[in-house]
Ligand binder design. Structure first.
Ligand SMILES: [Mg+2]
Length: 445
């Protein structure tokens, strides 16, 4: 493959060349003519709708938004004040993440660690409500988790994936890093394979530290090996009667001409893709957004316009079809105003001047949210948080160019930016929550 995805299929994938296309150093002002709101203006804009039951739904990604990106997700931590704000925003707030609520690496463990040991989040309702694992894991704020639409054979296959990844990664890493001791090799393998129950992942952040070559050839080779191994697993699933039940989510990624995720290869300008996740088919955030809207309406109005069992596995597979379904089935008077808060969108120059390759795991749901606003005549807001300040290499919002994130022709309009990253967003979130009374029984944590 050329240093960046060529638009062809991902397999076969030759090792990437060292020099990816150079990103322009400056872009014309992105999306001219579309003014953005400052965080203070956004706060004023949203506060009136907060107090009207069912009127507002804030859908928020987690990693890089309310907490800094770190190389090892086990080292993440949540701010207790943020959890208190989320509790106060009950009924107006849902998370939407490719991480998971449960399991050793789950966000629920971070919630439990952040709170006072005397406080039981299941009783107090301090777990983060919403969808995880890309949309298949639905949780209420009391920590009750459901995985609607997921079958037993799928769960059984997923349970065996981490060990298969460990077995497959070990010889590949030994080949790429021949100087590693046996002990160090085992440590690296186990740090790279994340045993998430519904979305087992290879995470390359720690392995990337072993390369000091400015061309980042080792990082690109690691990306290549991770992808090959995951492709092999997809083949195994097919052999075991589960064809089409899983897909690979690459983060960050760009979409090729057919809308498939392609890696952002490491090179002199950046490290590119850090994670390859083995996901259940349908577990995409744009479908998850409709699930959350359906649940929100069910809670506030007593019936689910898409059916009580609607889930991402039964949802249509494209943004256009999701939009059409919403138009057809959701009465306009029930549609809440939506705010989408995220950090992962990408845009890189395409092979032809003036063309752009856009992607990123949050782009789909933000795009659907924007379109729902247009079609249902709601002032929906798309909000981007700068996640470049953490331990993971990400593009920054600091110079205002949005280089690597958006482009002058990007149809996704960003209504508000948080260049100060998660700390700035958490302050905003707290101020937003303060527009509402403290819930009864909510003790300091
Ligand atoms: Mg994120």
């Amino acid at each position: 493959m050329a240093p960046s995805p060529s638009g062809a299929t991902r397999q076969p994938t030759p090792l990437p060349a060292a020099q990816p296309e150079a990103l322009p150093t400056a872009l014309p002002e992105a999306q001219p003519g579309a003014p953005r709101l400052t965080p203070a203006e956004l706060l004023a804009d949203l506060s009136a709708d907060l107090t009207r039951p069912g009127q507002l739904l804030l859908v928020q990604d987690l990693d890089g938004v309310c907490m800094e990106l770190v190389r090892d997700p086990l080292q993440r931590h949540l701010d207790p004040a943020y959890l208190r704000s989320a509790r106060r925003l009950d009924g107006r707030f849902s998370v939407l993440t490719n991480g998971e609520h449960e399991g050793r690496r789950g966000v629920n463990r971070l919630v439990e660690r952040a709170l006072h040991p005397d406080l039981d989040p299941a009783a107090s309702g301090h777990y983060l409500p919403g969808l995880a694992a890309g949309g298949v894991q639905l949780q209420c704020r009391h920590g009750r988790v459901r995985t609607p639409g997921v079958s037993e054979p799928e769960l059984a296959f997923l349970a065996a994936v981490p060990q298969r990844l460990i077995n497959g990664l070990r010889p590949r890493l030994a080949g790429l890093l021949p100087d590693l001791s046996a002990t160090a090799l085992e440590e690296e393998v186990h740090a790279a394979v994340h045993d998430n129950p519904l979305s087992p992942t290879i995470n390359l952040n720690r392995l990337f530290l072993r390369g000091d070559d400015p061309e980042r050839r080792l990082a690109a080779a690691l990306q290549q090996q991770a992808l090959e191994l995951m492709e092999q697993l997809l083949g195994d699933a097919e052999q075991e009667g589960l064809a089409g039940r899983f897909f690979l989510h690459i983060a960050p990624s760009v979409l090729d001409g057919a809308g498939r995720e392609q890696p952002v290869w490491a090179g002199p300008t950046g490290l590119g893709s850090t994670d390859v996740q083995f996901m259940l088919q349908g577990a995409v955030k744009e479908a998850g957004l409709l699930v959350l809207i359906n649940e929100h309406i069910g809670r506030h109005h007593g019936s689910h316009p898409l059916g009580a069992d609607f889930n991402v596995r039964s949802a249509p597979g494209s943004i256009a079809a999701l939009l059409a379904l919403a138009r057809q089935r959701i009465p306009a008077r029930l549609m809440p105003r939506l705010v989408g808060v995220a950090d992962t969108i990408t845009s890189r120059p395409g092979p032809v001047p003036g063309q752009w390759q856009r992607g990123g795991s949050d782009r789909g749901f933000l795009t659907l949210l924007q379109e729902l606003g247009r079609q249902f005549d709601r002032p929906n807001r798309v909000v981007l948080v700068d996640s470049s300040g953490g331990e993971v290499c990400r593009p920054s919002l600091a110079d205002g160019s949005l280089r690597g994130l958006s482009d002058p022709a990007d149809p996704l309009h960003l209504d508000a930016l948080f260049p100060g990253g998660p700390p700035q967003y958490r302050r905003f979130f707290s101020e937003l929550a303060e527009c509402l009374p403290v819930p009864t029984g909510d003790q300091p944590v």
